[in-house]
Write a protein that binds this ligand. Structure first.
Ligand SMILES: [Zn+2]
Length: 343
């Protein structure tokens, strides 16, 4: 396949994926029909010929640049299904007391049922740019229904015979809306990448402070030397004045140097989701009744056969993932919260 064919292939796939239509003309260009929002994003009219003399498709051409931008700004999503042959039937009391604690409530399992729930494994690429660069990947596993971080799923899911699904055969169990879980997973990845970059950020800060200290010392020494030189008998009045003016300018000059150095060590962090894998897993739904003071509430927990554990919860105050859940009564309703939100 030559370069033009490859470009045409890329553009064809993009157009099909976006719900447009395209046909190859006799001279190898693409006659396309695009949905209005796609046409606008790419900067052509809805009916256009791409790759002809009017709108060429070559590397660097504005239309191709915009198409590439569109392709890479959307996270590719892969779908998979995990169906273990056997699901646990009993013994959930013990597992519940092992995996999640409710320090201020009475807990009773009222029933269990086979269910399916979806998870998202998101890979995010981070790039930190400063005087040096540091990059890497962060993986996050999220329970899509609750927004809880199920980190143990990361190492385990690929070994549990996932079946990858054709784009046309995605079960309806997946919540149609994937923006919320994606956003939550991205926020978690952001926090993890900051943790991963801790050493790098610290080292940039250390070098910045060292350089600032050196600049200050350099200018302080220079000022002392210049002041000492003032008493030198060979200096005329005019030269003395000139030197005084130079001394007066030193703090400003040092300030400029320090500002330059701050710019040099400033760290810009860029995060880009690389791929999202949404996995539907057969789980056991564990219905639990929480009794807190005079109020009670039923909640659903999920026993995950891949991690062999009950998924952690998300705090209903701040969204943080928790395995110690405090109950708190708000307007007659029990809320499940982290220790901090419970106050
Ligand atoms: Zn909280």
């Amino acid at each position: 396949m030559d370069c033009n064919e490859r470009l045409r292939e890329l553009v064809l796939r993009f157009i099909n994926h976006q719900g447009g239509a395209a046909e190859v003309t006799e001279d190898g260009a693409l006659r396309v029909l695009l949905p209005p929002e796609v046409a606008e994003a790419v900067g052509v009219s809805e009916e256009s010929v791409l790759g002809g003399t009017e709108i060429p498709l070559v590397y660097g051409s504005p239309v191709l640049e915009r198409i590439i931008q569109q392709v890479t700004s959307h996270v590719p999503v892969v779908y998979a299904l995990i169906q273990p042959p056997y699901l646990k039937k009993a013994g959930f009391e013990q597992i519940l007391s092992r995996d999640i604690s409710f320090p201020n409530a009475r807990v009773m399992i009222t029933g269990t049922a086979a269910a399916r729930t979806s998870y998202m494994v998101l890979t995010v690429h981070y790039l930190a740019l400063s005087d040096e660069r540091r990059e890497g990947h962060i993986n996050i596993a999220l329970q899509e229904r609750t927004g809880a971080n199920v980190q143990r799923l990361l190492d385990a899911w690929s070994g549990r015979a996932p079946v990858f699904l054709d784009p046309g055969k995605i079960p309806t169990h997946f919540p149609h809306q994937m923006d919320d879980p994606l956003k939550t997973a991205f926020e978690l990845a952001k926090a993890s990448s900051e943790e991963a970059l801790q050493d790098f950020l610290e080292s940039m800060k250390r070098r910045l402070h060292r350089d600032i200290r050196n600049i200050r010392e350099y200018y302080a020494t220079m000022e002392t030397e210049m002041r000492e030189g003032l008493s030198h008998s060979s200096l005329g009045e005019e030269q003395k004045e000139e030197r005084m003016a130079k001394i007066a300018d030193l703090p400003l000059e040092a300030g400029r140097k320090i500002e330059d150095i701050r710019q040099k060590y400033q760290v810009r962090i860029r995060l880009r989701p690389s791929v999202a894998i949404r996995i539907l897993i057969d789980v056991v739904q564990v219905m639990v009744k929480l009794q807190y003071r005079k109020a009670s509430r039923e909640i659903n927990l999920f026993w995950n056969p891949v991690t062999q554990a009950i998924d952690p919860l998300a705090c209903e105050g701040c969204g943080k993932t928790i395995s110690t859940a405090y109950c708190r009564e708000e307007k007659g309703r029990i809320k499940v919260m982290c220790r901090l939100c419970n106050g």
